[in-house]
Design a binder for this molecule. Structure first.
Ligand SMILES: [Zn+2]
Ligand SMILES: [Zn+2]
Length: 181
């Protein structure tokens, strides 16, 4: 399957990698739409964001929707929560998983994100959408409605197209680019 990795500032490369296998609490997703967020643009421009620096080639993209390809929910369209809290630290136990000490966040640090054809993500963090939802359209719509962002077209999945999407997102603050792998 195709996987896009950031190797250094502005250096995105398309790889051919094996499909991931879901763990017991995970589902396999076919990614259908990815939005480029301001934090993705930081990674792209600076090979890091805040304290986090690029340590290994990273798959960006944490705003995404897809279709489940494993288990009994196969075929279900879903929106995905990219923040995977540990559910064990004191913050999680206090009911504040957003402050989790051991957060895994898609497309951040050493946790690969969604700019790839398929990924595995915890079943508990995927949210069913109506079957008739056109996923890229719903993603663009969500971006417009909830983030007040403008939405550009849907560049297809290739290094050049995604590179140019990043360049566009970089130049026009507040622009959201939705990519269809
Ligand atoms: Zn974001
Ligand atoms: Zn936690």
């Amino acid at each position: 399957m195709k996987v896009l990795r950031l190797h250094a500032t502005g250096d995105l490369r398309l790889h051919d990698e094996n499909e991931p296998l879901p763990d017991r609490d995970e589902c396999l997703l076919r990614v259908k739409a990815v939005g480029l967020c301001g934090s993705d643009v930081h990674w792209y421009e600076e090979a890091g964001i805040g304290d986090a620096q690029l340590r290994q080639p990273l798959v960006l993209g944490h705003e995404f929707a897809g279709i489940i390809e494993s288990g009994n929910q196969q075929g279900q369209h879903v929106a995905v929560d990219p923040a995977d809290a540990c559910r064990q630290c004191r913050y999680c136990e206090e009911g504040n998983p957003n402050l989790c000490d051991n957060m895994r966040f898609a497309g951040h640090g050493v946790v690969d994100g969604a700019l790839r054809e398929k990924l595995c993500w915890p079943q508990a963090l995927v949210y069913p959408l109506p079957d008739e939802t056109h996923l890229p359209a719903c993603h663009s719509d969500g971006a417009k409605r909830h983030c007040g962002r403008q939405v550009a077209g849907n560049p297809s999945f290739s290094t050049i197209r995604i590179q140019s999407a990043f360049e566009t997102a970089k130049k026009r603050d507040g622009l959201k680019v939705v990519i269809e792998p």
